[in-house]
Design a binder for this molecule. Structure first.
Ligand SMILES: [Zn+2]
Length: 340
């Protein structure tokens, strides 16, 4: 596997006390250095091009964000720019594109882009939830434009990726599967949001009640996420890797432990091995406890780097009541689309 990493993301600053704080960049720097010392290739990204961004964002929106260059601007109640943010967000989207190129090239079949700011809340024409450009959406559109007929996006960030869903909800070629805390920010991602028009069935939301544990995620992955992916048979798997479902995370209320992030990633790697010769490109989204972020990122990278590692789920000893309820609801909503 390969890591796409730039130290420049440190310069995307947010106000003191903001969860998307610069120290997250130091954690990613340390993780990249550690894997580099173990022989993993680490490359810097180039900025996403206007053409790549225009596949998922409005031209007028790109202009508005570009005008924040050199300025600190409050774009929405949670989302700020610093003078460098525009440039850094271009690098984040570019890193996701580069991870896709690596995965599709066949040389390195999996790649992870260490990026900030995150992207999955960014809408076609609106910054939201710390996100400026929807990097995973840019990556999916880039893959589609470069020969991938079907792209699956899996999002295990604890928040629903409203932007990603909305950008692809009418597109049957891009599957979006999200497991997230509900009710919670941003308020979208209900189980009956299944896609629109020709895209019906290709949005799969699995909302989970607050307090979900390792067993709940295991249940959801084995019963919904993996079976849907196998039936969809993607040419590329993309992963929005957020680590804020971790029990230590200060924002959300889930109780997931570190080994589950490796297990979820390993599940997706196995599906990619089965469906598309291991083509998997991941990028970071949220994750606001620095210790949990470092350990969970290590686990996810380890799962991508070891071709023989199967998923090793931890056990909390707590029964999967939330997971089973979520699976029942997803089965009912998707009865006509998938065999679950
Ligand atoms: Zn998040």
């Amino acid at each position: 596997m390969m890591l796409v990493h730039t130290e420049r993301f440190a310069e995307h600053q947010t106000p003191p006390g903001h969860p998307e704080r610069p120290e997250r960049a130091e954690v990613m720097d340390a993780v990249a250095a550690r894997w580099k010392s173990r022989g993993v290739e680490v490359v810097p990204p180039s900025a996403a091009t206007r053409e790549q961004l225009l596949r998922v964002h409005d031209g007028d929106y790109l202009r508005r964000i570009s005008e924040t260059t050199g300025r600190a601007v409050k774009l929405d109640p949670d989302t700020y720019t610093s003078p460098e943010s525009y440039e850094i967000a271009l690098l984040a989207a570019g890193a996701a594109v580069q991870a896709v190129d690596q995965a599709l090239s066949g040389q390195q079949r999996s790649a992870l882009a260490l990026v900030r700011p995150p992207g999955h809340h960014a809408e076609r024409d609106r910054a939201m939830g710390f996100c400026l450009f929807n990097s995973v959406a840019v990556a999916a559109a880039h893959a589609r434009a470069n020969g991938a007929a079907k792209v699956a996006i899996v999002d295990y960030d604890v928040h629903h990726g409203n932007g990603t869903q909305h950008i692809f909800e009418s597109d049957p070629h891009v599957l979006y599967v999200s497991v997230h805390q509900d009710p919670y920010y941003p308020g979208t991602g209900a189980v009956d949001e299944v896609g629109k028009g020709r895209g019906a069935g290709f949005t799969v939301n699995v909302p989970l009640e607050v307090g979900a544990v390792d067993e709940d995620y295991r249940t959801v992955f084995s019963t919904v996420v993996v079976p849907v992916l196998r039936q969809f048979e993607p040419d590329l798997v993309l992963l929005s890797a957020g680590f804020d479902a971790h029990e230590r995370d200060p924002l959300a209320g889930m109780r997931v432990t570190t080994p589950s992030f490796a297990a979820m990633t390993a599940e997706l790697r196995q599906v990619a091995d089965e469906c598309c010769r291991g083509r998997l490109a991941a990028l970071t989204e949220g994750g606001y406890d620095l210790e949990a972020l470092a350990a969970s990122l290590d686990g996810a990278i380890g799962a991508l780097n070891d071709p023989h590692a199967g998923p090793r789920w931890p056990s909390s000893g707590i029964e999967s009541t939330r997971g089973r309820a979520a699976v029942d609801a997803a089965r009912a909503a998707h009865r006509v689309f998938w065999h679950l």
